[in-house]
Design a binder for this molecule. Structure first.
Ligand SMILES: Nc1ncnc2c1ncn2[C@@H]1O[C@H](COP(=O)(O)OP(=O)(O)O)[C@@H](O)[C@H]1O
Ligand SMILES: [Mg+2]
Length: 364
C-alpha cells in the first residue's frame, strides 16, 4: 500500500469536497460547502439520497466498488464521510488517491465498539463497564461480571439509533440476546443509571487547532435522540471537562474534522464516554442557528484545510428531531422555529425526517 496523500495546501474556493454518504448529514455538509464557494460530490449506495438534491455531482454505487471510488476521487480535492459504516479498505484505497479526513485509522478505531471503548480507556477516560461477547456462554459470564442488575448487549459494528442493542436483566436474557444477534460479535455493557446525557461536538484542524462547541444536554426516546438543549445543566467545570475529553480523543487520533462525543453524566458529576461519532452529529444541529459557524461549516473548513471558525454560541437553543409521521405536521411546525426537512419520501417509523430549532437570547 502506498502512503496516504496529504493535504499540503487548503482547498481553494471552487474546489470539490467529496462526501461519502448521502443522508441528511451529507446534505447539510454539502449546503455548508456551497456557502463557502466550494462544490461537493456525494457518493452514496442508495438512490434518491437526501444529499443528492443539493449537490452538483452525485454517484450511486457500492462503497466497495474500486472503479467507482476512483472516478469519485479523481473528481474531488479532498474526501470526507458522513457516516461511519464505510468499509475501512475503501477509505484506505481513497487515501492513496486523495487526502481523506478524518483518516482511515480514526474510522477503524471508532467503527467497532470494542476497539473504541478500549481506546477511550487507554486515554484514562471513563466508560461503562464492558466485556466482549461472541457466544451465549460469554454473555452469561459477562453478565455475572457486571455485578449490577442490568446490562445492554450491543453489536460491535453497524448499530445506530438503538439498532443492534438489547437491554438484559439476567444471565438468561443476555444469552438469548446473544443468540438473537446470530453470531455478530458484541459487547455487554453495564447499564448506567445516569443523571442525564450530554454530548460535545468539536473540531480539529489539519494544523492541530481545536474548537469545541458548548455541550448539549440530550434526551433520547426509544434510543433515538428526541431533543438537544443548550445550555446544558453542566457546570462550567464539567463543560471544560467535556471539551477536554473531546480534545484528548481528537489529538490521540490525529483527527481532522468534526467529531461528536456522547457522554453519560453520572449523579456524582463525573462524565463517562458512551460513544464517539467520527462525523458531524445530530446533537450539534442547533449550531446551524445558534452559532456563527455551524458544525457543518466547521467540518468543511477542517477537512479543506481552512482555519476553523468561531464555535461560540450567541443564543440558547432547543433542537427537536422530527421523527416518522411527525413530519406530516410540517405546516404547523413551520409556524415556530427554524425548520429543516431532509427531503425524504418515506416517513417510516423511527426515521429522522427533519428537525426544528427554537432560539432564545443567551442566558448563560
Ligand atoms: N450502558 C448504557 N447505560 C444506560 N443507557 C444506555 C447505555 N448504552 C446506551 N444507552 C442508551 O441508549 C442510547 C443509544 O445507545 P448508543 O450506544 O449511543 O448507540 P447508538 O447511538 O449507536 O444507537 C444512549 O444514548 C442511551 O440513552
Ligand atoms: Mg449514540
Amino acid at each position: 500500500m502506498s502512503e496516504p496523500v496529504k493535504l499540503d495546501a487548503p482547498v481553494t474556493p471552487g474546489g470539490v469536497i467529496g462526501i461519502l454518504g448521502g443522508g441528511q448529514l451529507g446534505r447539510m455538509l454539502a449546503m455548508a460547502a456551497a456557502r463557502l464557494g466550494l462544490r461537493s460530490s456525494v457518493y452514496c449506495s442508495g438512490y434518491d439520497a437526501p444529499a443528492f438534491q443539493v449537490t452538483q455531482e452525485y454517484i450511486t454505487a457500492s462503497y466497495g466498488d474500486p472503479a467507482m471510488l476512483k472516478d469519485f476521487a479523481d473528481a474531488c480535492d479532498v474526501v470526507t464521510f458522513e457516516f461511519e459504516n464505510i468499509p475501512v479498505a475503501s477509505l484506505d484505497y481513497l487515501s492513496e488517491l486523495r487526502p481523506v479526513h478524518p483518516g482511515p485509522r480514526a474510522l477503524e478505531m471508532l467503527q467497532d465498539r470494542l476497539t473504541e471503548k478500549n481506546f477511550v480507556r487507554s486515554l484514562g477516560l471513563g466508560t461503562a463497564p464492558f466485556f466482549p461477547v461472541e457466544t451465549p456462554e460469554d454473555a452469561r459470564r459477562a453478565f455475572a461480571e457486571l455485578k449490577g442488575g442490568a446490562g445492554i448487549l450491543k453489536t460491535r459494528r453497524l448499530g445506530y439509533d438503538g439498532k443492534g442493542q438489547a437491554k438484559v436483566t439476567s444471565a438468561d436474557e443476555a444469552a438469548w440476546a446473544c443468540e438473537a444477534f446470530a453470531g455478530a460479535p458484541a459487547i455487554l455493557e453495564g447499564f448506567v443509571e445516569f443523571a442525564y446525557e450530554a454530548s460535545v461536538v468539536a473540531a480539529r484542524g489539519v494544523d492541530g487547532s481545536f474548537a469545541a462547541y458548548d455541550p448539549a444536554e440530550n434526551v433520547h426516546e426509544n434510543h433515538i435522540l428526541r431533543r438537544s438543549i443548550v445550555p446544558s445543566s453542566l457546570s462550567p467545570a464539567q463543560v471544560k471537562n467535556a471539551q477536554d475529553i473531546a480534545q484528548k480523543i481528537a489529538d490521540a487520533l490525529d483527527y481532522v474534522g468534526v467529531l461528536g462525543v456522547e457522554l453519560f453524566v453520572q449523579k456524582d458529576g463525573t462524565l463517562l464516554v458512551n460513544e464517539i461519532a467520527p462525523r458531524v452529529h445530530n446533537s450539534g444541529h442547533w449550531t446551524l442557528e445558534a452559532c456563527a459557524c455551524s458544525q457543518f461549516e466547521q467540518h468543511i473548513r477542517a477537512v479543506a484545510g481552512w482555519p476553523l471558525g468561531d464555535p461560540s454560541r450567541h443564543s440558547d437553543a432547543v433542537m427537536e428531531n422530527i421523527i416518522g409521521a411527525e413530519v406530516n405536521a410540517w405546516e404547523s411546525l413551520a409556524k415556530g422555529g427554524a425548520l429543516h426537512l431532509y427531503g425524504k419520501q418515506d416517513a417510516a417509523p423511527g426515521r429522522k425526517m427533519g428537525h426544528i430549532t427554537r432560539l432564545k437570547p443567551r442566558t448563560k
